[in-house]
Design a protein. Structure first.
Length: 532
C-alpha cells in the first residue's frame, strides 16, 4: 500500500498525540489498546506497513469519537485535503477568469489599429514558455546543487505561506469565533495548527509536488482562459491582426520565424491553419503613415489559427505535462517515505511486545550494584548493562548508544537504564558515552567505530531540569554534526539516585520538553521517557 500525504500527516499527528503527556489515558492503557489492535487484525500475518495502515484506521475512528459532537473533527490530513481542494479550485477559477478577461480585452479592435501579433505572442505564448523552460532547467540542475534539500526560493516562499501564514490565519479566525474569550485552553484545532507548523522541515519534500500542481493549475487555466477568450473574439467579432517593427525586419524573416515556431503542428494541419503564408505575412505589415486601408481582410485575419495553436503547443500542453509529471513525482516521493523511522518502528514494537511487568523497575532498582569506580575527566566509551537486560531482548534488540551527562550519571547507574531500555523499547545498549555537554570534546568520543550500526543515539535527560537554551543548542548542534545520519532520542528520566526512574504520563515537565523539542523541527529528534 502507498500512503497518501494525508495518511502520513494523520499517522504522525496521532502518534504525537499518544506520546504527549497531556493526552487522555496512561501509557499502559495506550499500549494495551495497540496490542488489542494487533490481535484483532491478526498482525502476526501482516507486513509492518499493513499493520500501520490498520492501526491508523482504528485511531482515526477513535479520535472522532473522542472529539464528541462539539469537538473539532478534522485531523491534519483532512484539514490539508480540504484546504488544498479549495485552493486548487480558487486558483483554477482565478487563472481562467484572468486569462479570459485579459485576452478578451487585448483583442479589442475598433477598426483603426489591428492587434499587434508580436505583443500578443509575447504575453500569451512566450512568457508561459519561458517559465516552463526555467522550471525544467531547475529540475535538471537540482540534483547537482551542493547544499540544501529544498527546491530553492520558490519552495521557501510557498512553504512559508502553507506552514506559517495559513495556520496563523486559521488560528485568528478561531479566536474570533471562540464563544468564551476568557478560556485560554487549547483545542484540537490548536494542536493541529501547531503540528502543521512544526512539521514543515520533514514534509518539505512531500509538499513540493502538490505546490507545483497548484501553480501549474493557475497557469494552465490562465492559458486555457486566454485561448477561450481568443476563440470567442474571433467567432463573434471582427478582429484584425498585424505586425510592425521599427527594426529592419523583413517579411521573409518574420515568416521564417513563424515557420520555426509552427514546426510541432505544421505536419498534421492544413497550411491555412498551420500559419500565415509569406504573402499573408507581407500583407499584414503595418506602416503607420500608410494606415490599414489598403490591406486585404483575408490577410488581416490569417494570424488567429497560428496564435491559438501557439497557445496550445507552448502554454497549455506544457502545463499539462508539468501537472502529470508532478503527480508521478509526488507518488514517487510518497513511495520513498520511510515508514521504518523510529517513531513508526516504536509503534510496531509496542503492538508486538508483551505486557510489561508492573514491578519490573522496582525489581531492578533493588538489585545490588557495584560501587562506582573512579573515572577520568573524559572517560572512554564502555559497555554497559548488557547483563541486566533479558537475554531475549538483548538478542533481538536494536543496537543503541547512550549519552550520559556527567556527573549526574555514573557507570553503576547505567545498568538500570540499559535494562529498562531493553524491556520497554527492545533496544540493546551497546555503548555508554559519558558526556560533559562540551560539543567539541564530546564529538571526539563519538567516532565512526563507536556509532557504527547503532541507531538511535539516546541522550539521558533528567526530566526536572528545564529545557534551557544551552541544552537545546547542544542537542541541535550535535544532531547537525556527528549525529546527522542518526536518530537522536531525548530520554526523559528521573534522577539516578531516586528509587523509581519512571516519568508519569501527565508529568508537567515532560510536556514542556515534548513541546520544546518539537519546536526545533528535527523529524529524527524525538522525546521518549522511561515509564513507571
Amino acid at each position: 500500500m502507498t500512503f497518501r500525504l494525508s495518511d502520513i500527516m494523520d499517522l504522525d499527528y496521532l502518534l504525537a498525540l499518544d506520546d504527549h503527556p497531556d493526552t487522555t489515558g496512561s501509557g499502559g492503557q495506550k499500549a494495551a489498546r495497540d496490542r488489542d489492535i494487533f490481535r484483532q487484525v491478526r498482525g502476526d500475518k501482516m507486513t509492518d506497513t499493513a499493520l500501520i495502515e490498520r492501526w491508523l484506521s482504528y485511531r482515526r475512528m477513535l479520535y472522532l469519537d473522542q472529539a464528541g459532537p462539539g469537538g473539532y473533527r478534522r485531523l491534519p490530513g483532512r484539514l490539508f485535503n480540504d484546504l488544498y481542494a479549495w485552493t486548487a479550485r480558487g486558483l483554477a477559477f482565478a487563472g481562467g477568469l484572468a486569462g479570459l478577461v485579459l485576452a478578451y480585452g487585448f483583442l479589442a479592435y475598433h477598426g483603426v489599429r489591428p492587434v499587434n501579433v508580436a505583443l500578443f505572442f509575447f504575453v500569451f505564448v512566450m512568457i508561459p514558455a519561458v517559465f516552463f523552460l526555467f522550471f525544467v532547467i531547475g529540475l535538471v540542475i537540482q540534483p547537482f546543487r551542493r547544499s540544501g534539500t529544498g527546491p530553492g526560493m520558490f519552495f521557501a516562499l510557498v512553504s512559508r505561506v502553507l506552514f506559517d501564514m495559513v495556520p496563523g490565519m486559521l488560528k485568528r479566525v478561531r479566536m474570533k469565533a471562540k464563544t468564551d474569550p476568557g478560556d485560554p485552553g487549547p483545542t484540537r484545532l490548536d494542536e493541529v495548527l501547531f503540528f502543521i507548523r512544526t512539521k514543515k522541515r520533514e514534509y518539505g519534500a512531500l509538499f513540493f509536488w502538490p505546490l507545483v500542481i497548484l501553480v501549474s493549475l493557475f497557469a494552465l487555466f490562465f492559458s486555457a482562459g486566454a485561448l477561450g477568450g481568443t476563440l470567442f473574439r474571433v467567432a463573434f467579432s471582427d478582429v484584425a491582426f498585424g505586425w510592425q517593427s521599427t527594426l529592419a525586419a523583413t517579411p521573409s524573416a518574420v515568416h521564417d520565424l513563424v515557420s520555426l515556431v509552427s514546426l510541432p503542428w505544421a505536419a498534421w494541419l492544413p497550411d491555412s491553419l498551420a500559419g500565415p503564408t509569406p504573402a499573408q505575412v507581407e500583407g499584414t505589415r503595418i506602416i503607420l503613415k500608410q494606415g490599414i486601408a489598403d490591406l486585404a481582410t483575408e490577410h488581416l485575419t490569417s494570424w488567429w489559427p497560428f496564435l491559438c495553436m501557439s497557445m496550445v503547443g507552448y502554454a497549455v500542453i506544457p502545463r499539462l505535462l508539468i501537472i502529470g509529471g508532478a503527480i508521478l513525482g509526488h507518488r514517487a516521493a510518497l513511495n520513498r517515505f520511510d515508514l521504518h523511522q523510529p517513531r513508526f518502528r516504536r509503534l510496531i514494537v509496542r503492538m508486538k511486545s508483551p505486557v510489561m511487568d508492573i514491578g519490573f523497575e522496582e525489581n531492578t532498582a533493588t538489585r545490588p550494584t557495584p560501587a562506582s569506580p573512579s573515572r577520568p575527566r573524559h572517560p572512554a566509551p564502555q559497555k554497559a548493562g548488557q547483563d541486566a537486560a533479558p537475554a531475549t531482548a538483548a538478542s533481538i534488540g536494536t543496537p543503541a548508544v547512550v549519552l550520559a551527562p556527567v556527573p549526574a550519571w555514573e557507570p553503576a547507574a547505567m545498568d538500570r537504564v540499559s535494562a529498562m531500555l531493553a524491556r520497554q523499547f527492545l533496544l540493546d545498549v551497546r555503548q555508554v558515552i559519558f558526556v560533559e555537554l562540551d560539543l567539541e570534546a564530546d564529538s571526539l568520543l563519538m567516532g565512526p567505530d563507536v556509532l557504527d550500526g547503532a541507531d538511535p543515539v539516546i541522550f539521558l535527560q533528567e526530566v526536572w531540569q528545564p529545557p534551557i537554551r544551552g541544552i537545546l543548542h547542544y542537542l541541535t548542534q550535535l544532531k547537525q554534526g556527528v549525529l546527522q545520519d542518526k536518530n537522536l532520542w531525548v530520554l526523559l528520566i528521573r534522577a539516578p539516585e531516586e528509587e523509581s526512574l519512571g516519568v508519569p504520563d501527565r508529568d508537567v515537565d515532560a510536556g514542556v520538553w515534548q513541546d520544546r523539542i518539537l519546536e526545533l523541527g528535527h523529524p529524527d529528534m524525538l522525546v521518549e521517557r522511561i515509564r513507571p
